[in-house]
Ligand binder design. Structure first.
Ligand code: NAD
Length: 489
């Protein structure tokens, strides 16, 4: 059954209103097949449509049908639609935050932070849409002039994870639409309701039918492989795990599709003896506990210099033990559940294996019993550097602390990872912090700060953490192709 006249959204607080289904060519197509659970209880919140390959290819048809009109829509008009979308997200911020908390589990303050961060991508790219620059040069020989224009790259497939269901979508849709591309968004099956809510607001903001399509599936590989095999699709922007990123890069290679990859991380957090202890602890709590540790930028490995190590461990333990854990929507809760029971089992396995290798638990360290997928804030030290927990993405509220003596030792240890997304450095000697930052293999360095994400900044990693950047003035370039004109005059 197809329907473009589902009842208007009275509230974004009621999850059943979001079981809208696929959103293709501006029409809602109700369906079932994918249950969406509340991680705080394990209860099913809603069931959403499970797209077939044919559905996915209809989404490509819709994006293709809308492409010519959208790329020729004046930049100012595209900008104003994005700006209205920002405005609508801001007006509906509380409802969106509650919805994110329901399906993802995160504590309401984290969800509120995500909504305002997510909306900012639409505001930022509304501003960037009208500033897409070209280039004019003289050829060195004097033979001709070099003119460079930037054209929309074409239809983009956007694949997003569950950990920031709003922000990871707007960080892609914003620059894509600003550049003049039409898109197919495939959100994670765990958190599709936020994507549907965003699509509804986009329609209200004036996004024309077919410019943004949303498909949900329980068979992501089949669906995305089919979309990538369609030669009309020219861009893949993926945020998710490194292992899935590698599979998608191989698939995209078949049609030489341009790829932007925002992958996993294993961020080190370096604290030198000359750091301000309180500020380092405050930053550590943000870097570790935003989203309960379910963040690609989450600090996993705390390298703390000997002179400040014991005070840091004591302070971190006290702060972590004081956090309130519970269902994300409950008042005062700071740490919500993990996304699934499998996520809890993985975190627990990493912790127990480290303990078996000699690690010492200062607080937490055992999965919490009962309904819902809870893991307590945990601090461990004396972790062997070859333990699996030192190498893997923990993706949970576990801080591992390691002692170091020299700057050189800290740099070598911090770089001993396949990832290269985010690093944190705490020192009151800015020249030293910059010197260390320069030697760290990472796309982003936060100095005396526990948070680096900013829509105005280029977000992304090196090594196995990805290819390309999202956000900032560079983010839009991922959706543009330079076209060079050689002209004699
Ligand atoms: P994931 O890789 O399992 O899934 C991400 C998306 O890919 C989902 O939409 C999923 O349905 C889809 N997917 C899964 N298997 C696929 C396949 N074979 N083919 C095509 N699509 C497939 O990741 P996740 O568990 O949802 O998210 C957590 C991961 O995302 C972590 O590794 C985290 O570091 C990373 N992440 C990175 C950033 C960043 O900006 N670098 C931001 C957020 C999350």
């Amino acid at each position: 059954m197809k329907s473009d006249d589902l009842p208007p959204q009275a509230s974004y607080d009621t999850p059943t209103l979001h079981a809208g289904g696929l959103y293709i060519a501006g029409r809602w197509e109700p369906g079932t097949g994918i249950p969406v659970a509340n991680p705080a209880t394990g209860d099913i919140l809603a069931e959403v449509a499970d797209a077939s390959v044919e559905d996915a290819l209809r989404a490509v048809d819709a994006a293709a049908a809308a492409a010519a009109q959208w790329r020729s829509t004046p930049a100012r008009q595209r900008a104003e639609i994005l700006r209205r979308w920002f405005q609508l997200m801001t007006e509906h911020a509380e409802e969106l935050a509650r919805l994110i908390s329901l399906e993802n589990g995160k504590a309401l303050p984290d969800a509120r932070g995500e909504v305002s961060h997510a909306a900012e991508f639409f505001r930022w790219y509304a501003e960037e849409a009208v500033r897409i620059a070209g280039e004019f040069r003289h050829s060195p020989s004097g033979a001709h002039r070099i003119l460079v224009d930037h054209e929309p790259i074409g239809i983009a497939l956007l694949i997003t994870p569950w950990n920031f269901p709003a922000a990871m979508a707007t960080r892609k849709i914003g620059p894509a639409l600003a550049a003049g591309c039409t898109v197919i968004l495939k959100p994670a099956a765990e958190t599709p309701l936020t994507a549907f809510a965003l699509a509804r607001l986009g329609a209200e903001a004036g996004v024309p039918p077919g410019v943004v399509n949303v498909i949900t599936t329980s068979r992501p590989a089949d669906i995305t492989n089919a979309v990538l095999a369609d030669r009309r699709v020219r861009k893949l922007s993926f945020t998710g795990s490194t292992c899935v990123g590698r599979l998608l890069l191989a698939e995209a290679a078949k049609n030489v599709v341009s790829c932007s990859m925002e992958l996993g991380g294993n961020a080190p957090f370096l604290v030198f003896n000359d750091a301000d202890l309180d500020s380092a602890l405050e930053g550590a709590m943000v870097a570790k506990m935003r989203n309960a540790g379910e963040a690609c930028t989450a600090a996993n490995r705390f390298y703390v210099q000997s002179g400040i190590h014991d005070a840091f461990v004591a302070g971190l333990t006290q702060r972590m033990a004081a956090l309130k854990v519970g269902p994300g929507l409950n008042s005062g809760v700071q740490v919500g559940p993990m996304i699934t029971s499998a996520a809890v089992a993985k975190i627990d396995r990493l912790v127990q294996a480290a303990v078996a290798q000699g690690a010492h638990i200062h607080t937490g360290g055992q999965a919490l019993p009962g309904a819902g997928y809870f893991y307590p804030p945990t601090v461990i030290d004396n972790v062997p550097r070859d333990a699996e927990i030192a190498k893997a993405e923990i993706f949970g509220p576990v801080a591992c602390v390691y002692r170091f003596e020299s700057e050189e030792e800290a740099i070598v240890a911090a770089n001993d990872t396949e990832y290269g997304l985010a690093v944190y450095v705490y020192s009151q000697d800015l020249a030293k912090a910059m010197r260390v930052g320069k030697r760290l293999e990472s796309g982003m360095v936060a100095i005396n700060r526990g948070l680096m994400s900013d829509p105005a900044a280029p977000f992304g990693g090196v090594k196995q953490s990805g290819i390309g950047r999202e956000g900032g003035v560079t983010g839009i370039l991922e959706y543009l192709e330079p076209k060079y004109y050689a002209v004699s005059f």
